[in-house]
Ligand binder design. Sequence first.
Ligand code: PEP
Length: 258
Amino acid sequence: MAKRDVIIAGNWKMYKTIPEAENFVERLAPAINDIPIEVYLAVPYTALFSVAQKAEGSKITVGAQNMNDASEGAFTGEIASKMLTDAGAKFVILGHSERRQLFGETNEFINRKVKTALESSLVPILCVGETLDERNAGQTDEVVRQQLTECLDGVTPENIDSLIVAYEPVWAIGTGENATPEDVQEEHSFVRKVLEDLLGKKVADKTVLQYGGSVKPGNAKILMDQPDIDGLLIGGASLSTETFAEVLENVSTSKLNI
Ligand code: PEP
């Protein structure tokens, strides 16, 4: 099996002021120094600069939760990739289901953002996943294949330096409902197969696949014990330093890291 980095990402959504964000990082950074895991934090735009500075020299990598595909222009309220990198962001979440569902983002728009992120040396965390209706209709694979195909259109093995794909079944996000580790493994193995069809085996083998959807300290390890689950994208449980540190601690004892 290919050796891939273990990357656990927190997505703070629309939570935390600048002092709250700084305080979180000041407390988390020393607690995770010895853990063999990469920790990503997707913070609000307003906190990016100060949190990136506070995180310097620690295991924490700071990024954003969204961006526009244009390099600049008359797009009131939007943010460009160079503003993110300027503020210290190293990655960006793209296509989160909340962006798709609440703000009408399409695969085509997300595709443009993925290409902009890659051109800007921002690692995209591309989110895919089915709704409950799609799952019940047996369409999970079809939906995920279409999202990957359309969101990665025009991306080639040559222009892809680093990519993370987060499989996040929409019905499991923020609901307390979990996909079983076996179900996630099956879907991740499907995602890797689709990536191989689109971008070749080398890229598919090295792409970090995260699972997201109501991850908690109690289920993090059994998820990470699956061979194709290389990381987690965590919303609610990333908001408290204690809970997030507990997830990281539990993951660090998973078989991927020993
Ligand atoms: C998310 O926001 O991507 C997410 C998975 O949220 P939660 O962990 O709260 O379900």
